[in-house]
Write a protein that binds this ligand. Structure first.
Ligand SMILES: *Cc1c(COP(=O)(O)O)cnc(C)c1O
Length: 419
């Protein structure tokens, strides 16, 4: 069972009532599931010094979700000004925000330094001189280049625009020291949706080796290492969960070894987005049309504005039909939205029970990089977001977009310039 199966079970008896009250389409997130996953991370890494999750805000940038993360003691990984603002609104202080931007602008540096600042993670050596005031604590994002193979999704590090190259790294810390930094962190993010825990262990080992090397040669001790996000979730029913306990155990051993050699231990940070919330959201839609031409198409009342992943990455999202879970009859269909783009399909040639107009479909694992990625092409608006809370109530945590929202940027003072 996919982890969103747990949410499906919780939703089944109440879904019809929720739909009657709120109407479709909507993403609904499961507070219990999110908290269970958060707690399992805390438990797994309990033996690692200073373990902390910095939730990747881009995965699910909703104030109410960030509040849950804050309550669990997590920080936030931000890479834009709106993400910074939202995290601070959710109560994040300077130590609770990791600002991992790339191609950073002067305005972003200013906002990062506002309100007591945050943990600045620099993406390039040239940025050392562009930080308006060098903070005491500075981190660099490391790109190992040919020293490491990327995972399938994120690709080859040599081709990645992110991070400081191997040969620049020691210099980067030296220059930051010269400008007044006295505390240091080291970061890398090399994987995306990786289900093989060994990859994360290797990244940890790589960062600890680098930390050891920079410590020895340049007298810089590291306060933390951060392996980024990229922990995968099983989108397909036949896929296995990432083995978080094995990952934690091997990482714990790497840290003990480091302690023995270097006589100190950096804290260990991760920045999971998908792993934290992905399985704890579903997109609920209603079937509104059925079309039989060269293929059978089931048209639903949402489109790529609600969920881009299938359209842009060909990503698989499991689909179940409410009330027809045990239905043995099945047919092969494309589940489609109404965008004038043929990649606007939630599923292609999928075996599903026979779907009639009015049936409710659950599109699974939409809790991360789902609503957040939606766009407004074709004037298609983004749906609402709901939260199934631990007390059993369901709260609207974002309303659907309206036409007024959509036209808001056409509302301005006339400005005609004759050069
Ligand atoms: C996107 C991103 C993450 C989160 O990635 P997931 O695959 O959702 O875990 C973490 N850190 C950085 C720097 C990112 O860009």
């Amino acid at each position: 069972m996919t982890m969103s199966g747990a949410l499906e079970k919780r939703l089944k008896p109440i879904l019809k009532d929720i739909v009657d009250h709120f109407g479709t389409p909507f993403h609904i997130y499961d507070e219990t599931g999110i908290r269970d996953t958060g707690q399992s991370l805390i438990n797994s890494f309990s033996k690692v010094n200073g373990f902390r999750e910095y939730f990747a805000v881009k995965a699910l940038p909703n104030f109410h979700i960030l509040t849950i993360m804050k309550d669990m003691g997590f920080g936030f990984d931000c890479s834009s000004i709106p993400e910074l603002v939202l995290s601070r609104k959710a109560g994040a202080g300077p130590d609770d925000i990791m600002f991992t931007s790339n191609n950073t602008s002067a305005e972003e540096f200013q906002m990062a330094a506002a309100d007591g600042g945050c943990i600045l993670n620099l993406d390039d050596i040239s940025l050392v001189d562009k930080v308006p005031v060098m903070p005491e604590l500075i981190c660099f994002r490391y790109n190992p280049g040919p020293r490491r193979k990327g995972n399938i999704i994120i690709g080859n590090p040599v081709e990645a625009k992110y991070g400081v190259s191997h040969n620049q790294l020691a210099d980067a810390y030296r220059r930051a020291s010269d400008r007044g930094a006295s505390r240091f962190g080291l970061h890398a993010m090399l994987a995306s949706n990786e289900l093989n825990y060994e990859y994360m262990v290797e990244t940890t080992k790589m960062l600890l080796d680098i930390a050891e090397w920079v410590s020895e040669n340049h007298g810089v001790a590291f306060e933390f290492i951060n392996i980024g996000g990229g922990l995968g979730i099983p989108y397909r029913p036949e896929e296995k969960q990432l083995n978080i306990n094995a990952m934690a155990q091997e990482i714990t051993e790497l840290f003990s070894r480091f302690q023995k050699i270097c006589k100190y231990t950096p804290a260990f940070y991760i920045e999971s987005g998908r792993y934290m919330t992905g399985p704890h959201g579903v997109l609920v839609v209603t079937a509104i049309n059925r079309k039989e031409t060269y293929r059978t198409y089931v048209g639903v009342d949402a489109c790529m504005s609600s969920l881009m992943r299938p359209g842009i990455y060909g990503a698989y999202h499991h689909i179940t039909v409410h009330g027809k879970e045990e239905d043995k009859t099945s047919e092969t269909v494309d589940v489609v939205g109404s965008l004038c783009e043929n990649n606007d399909k939630f599923a292609i040639q999928r075996q599903l029970p026979k779907i009639d107009d009015g049936d409710l479909l659950m599109i699974h694992d939409t809790g991360a990089h789902g609503h957040a990625m939606g766009f407004n092409y074709n004037g298609r608006l983004r749906p609402k977001e709901l939260l199934l809370k631990t007390d059993g109530t369901v709260e609207l945590i974002r309303r659907e977009e309206t036409m007024e929202d959509h036209f808001a940027t056409l509302n301005f003072k006339p400005d005609i310039f004759k050069p």
